[in-house]
Design a protein around this ligand. Structure first.
Ligand code: ZN
Length: 216
């Protein structure tokens, strides 16, 4: 039986996740960041042994709880090899980790960060998007080149993941705390862009667009 919790970790409306298999008694923590004790407590209260600590990317606000989470659980840290933390289990494109009967599959999706991965559980169609896709927007990029790379990553995710998949972001930046890939494709202004040029233009126009719509 699936255990899936979206946990408000603190920081800048950061979200982390507890993903587990109740029958197997195991779980993974995704980006426990500011609240590692709370994440481990949620696992323990449900009799779940934490087998992995997974980072979507190496930005400080996603990895700052790793040391404490490892201290509490002795679980290995799984992240992309370019992630600037101690990585026990390097995650590469197409790799899969089993957590009980769950399969966590990884896509390497650079742009917002070079080491960014998404986590997808195919049986329940759960997609953890980190700072790649938020509800109603996408992760910030510093240069046009990074924006181009992010565009490619977004196209790959849209091609690889079925539209009914639920989308669970790394921050509570949207009108709702979660979404579906179909809904984001229909309503997220960045995923609605027809091509790369439109995407780059939307990135440039975003501050004015946001102001006009009164978005946070
Ligand atoms: Zn980030």
């Amino acid at each position: 039986m699936l255990v899936f919790e979206q946990i408000r970790a603190g920081g800048d409306r950061n979200f982390g996740y507890l993903v587990g298999d109740r029958d197997a008694g195991v779980a993974a923590l995704i980006d426990p960041s500011y609240s590692p004790d709370a994440f481990v407590e949620r696992a323990r209260e449900q009799g779940l042994h934490v087998t992995h600590i997974i980072n979507t990317h190496g930005h400080e606000d996603h990895v700052n709880g790793n040391a404490r989470a490892v201290e509490l659980t002795h679980a290995p840290v799984a992240a992309h090899p370019a992630c600037p933390v101690a990585v026990d289990l390097p995650l590469s494109e197409g790799m899969e980790i089993a957590v009980g009967s769950l399969r966590l599959q990884f896509l390497h999706v650079p742009g917002h960060a070079d080491d960014h991965v998404t986590v997808y559980e195919p049986r329940h169609q759960i997609l953890l998007t980190g700072d790649l896709i938020f509800v109603g927007k996408v992760g910030g990029t510093k240069t046009d080149e990074d924006a181009r790379i992010e565009w490619d990553s977004l196209q790959r995710v849209v091609a690889a993941i079925p539209p009914p998949a639920t989308v669970w972001p790394g921050h509570d930046y949207g009108a709702r705390p979660s979404s579906t890939l179909a809904l984001e494709r229909a309503t997220n202004p960045f995923l609605r862009c027809a091509d790369l040029d439109a995407f780059l233009q939307m990135k440039r126009d975003w501050p004015a667009y946001k102001k006009r719509l009164g978005l946070r």
